[in-house]
Design a protein around this ligand. Structure first.
Ligand SMILES: *[C@@H]1O[C@H](CO)[C@@H](O)[C@H](O)[C@H]1NC(C)=O
Ligand SMILES: *[C@@H]1O[C@H](CO)[C@@H](O)[C@H](O)[C@H]1NC(C)=O
Length: 380
């Protein structure tokens, strides 16, 4: 019945407008098979991207050779199978089966910034397109032992001080800043008793530090910022599992919603120095919710489930038995992976990230960004 209601009007219209449809189909065919440049490079004003944050942006900044186990898994987790399974079929240090958000944005702009760790090892590394400082597990505060955003910014300062970028870098580059919840994970893990008041105070501290970090970049001279909100934390597979059913843990969503409201209020505060910046808010909370909860017309029929899932309570995606090398995780079958929005306990699949990116790019009335679409933001 639902199917009929959804599809009947469209089918009916098709009969009435056969001619128009035919013309449209021909136009589509022309568009599709004519060699169109993938990106209108001259329409985009950014020449470098500098990324800061966590695994939602990290393109390989964790040490591949460090097997130490941290509270969020081995340091080199994303350098182990089955990470990278879809693209390029081997692990690349990304917490995903393929490209993460920063890759997709950079590809769209036509830039290919390298991970900072490569530059650190080999200063001759190409840096023309910017640099990615994001490290999986980090946040704005010292928490799980990974470089926090303030220190990532200090790394950029060092790179700039070594003279590799010209003075124009500040005006022509894009700052991408995404933290996704590690601060809260570490806080909950390290606290014995937590009341709502303590969480409230901590949220204010996290958002304040995030805004301070952006102001540091602003004071360095940067003017273009894309800042993400937290995803709906209670809907991440590693958190929603606590409900015992396939639904979001609402108490955790209160944390992300509160953080996000405060962040948006501070970023759009006309008395803040950031008001003079060119800033877009990429609302991961709304985009994830749209895809996961309003599932009409999305490919992600596996809902809140993760494709790669540690078995038992302590194992994570990628864990293997030390002696036998048997996987201590389950993996969805290759032909169903496109139905998964989530790759592992906390990270979207490449397909998931692409659909989030598409929501930011356009669509009326830009409910996933603040006022203008990503296409408008990126255009000259
Ligand atoms: C490996 O990672 C751990 C945890 O972050 C860190 O304490 C240790 O120094 C690292 N080891 C090396 C050799 O870098
Ligand atoms: C806006 O910024 C001003 C100046 O920094 C500050 O006094 C005020 O509290 C801020 N308002 C909000 C809603 O953050």
């Amino acid at each position: 019945m639902e199917f009929f209601k959804l599809h009947h009007p469209a089918a009916y219209q098709l009969q009435l407008t056969t001619l128009r449809t035919f013309v449209a189909a021909v136009l589509l065919l022309l568009l599709c098979c004519h060699p169109v440049p993938a990106i209108e490079v001259n329409g985009i004003r950014f020449k470098e991207i500098f990324s800061f944050g966590d695994s939602y942006l990290d393109i390989g900044n964790r040490d591949p050779k460090n097997f130490t186990r941290t509270p969020v898994g081995p340091v080199n987790q994303a350098w182990i199978n089955p990470y990278g399974l879809t693209n390029p079929a081997v692990p690349t240090g990304r917490f995903c089966d393929g490209q993460v958000f920063s890759d997709i944005l950079a590809d769209y702009i036509g830039l290919h910034p390298r991970p900072y760790i490569l530059y650190e090892e080999r200063p001759s590394t190409r840096k023309e397109d910017g640099m990615n400082f994001a490290v999986g597990g980090s946040g704005v505060k010292d928490n799980l032992g990974f470089t926090k955003t303030r220190d990532q910014i200090a790394q950029l300062k060092t790179v700039i001080n070594s003279g590799v970028y010209s003075e124009t870098v500040y005006k022509e580059s894009l700052i991408l800043f995404t933290i996704s919840g590690n601060d809260y994970y570490a806080f909950l893990r390290n606290s014995q008793v937590i009341g709502l008041a303590e969480i409230g105070i901590f949220i204010v501290a996290v958002v304040n530090q995030l805004v301070e970090d952006l102001k540091t970049l602003y004071n360095m001279g940067f003017r273009n910022f894309a800042v993400s909100t937290l995803p709906p934390l209670g809907c991440l597979p590693g958190v929603s599992a606590f409900t015992g059913s396939l639904s979001c843990l609402e108490v955790a969503n209160v944390v992300s919603t509160t953080h996000n409201s405060l962040l948006k209020a501070m970023l759009t505060n006309s008395s803040s120095i950031l008001a003079a910046a060119n800033l877009i808010i990429l609302d991961n909370e709304l985009a994830f919710r749209e895809i996961l909860l309003n599932q009409i017309q999305t490919q992600f029929t596996s809902g809140l489930k993760a494709c790669c899932k540690g078995s038992g309570s302590f194992n994570l995606c990628g864990d293997v038995d030390k002696a036998t090398r048997t996987p201590l995780y389950t993996l969805c079958s290759a032909n169903t992976i496109s139905t998964y929005f989530f790759w592992d306990e906390v990270h979207p699949t490449q397909a998931g990230w692409r659909s989030v990116f598409n929501l930011f790019l356009g669509g009326e009335p830009f409910s996933f960004t603040n006022g203008k679409s990503l296409v408008q933001f990126l255009s000259t």
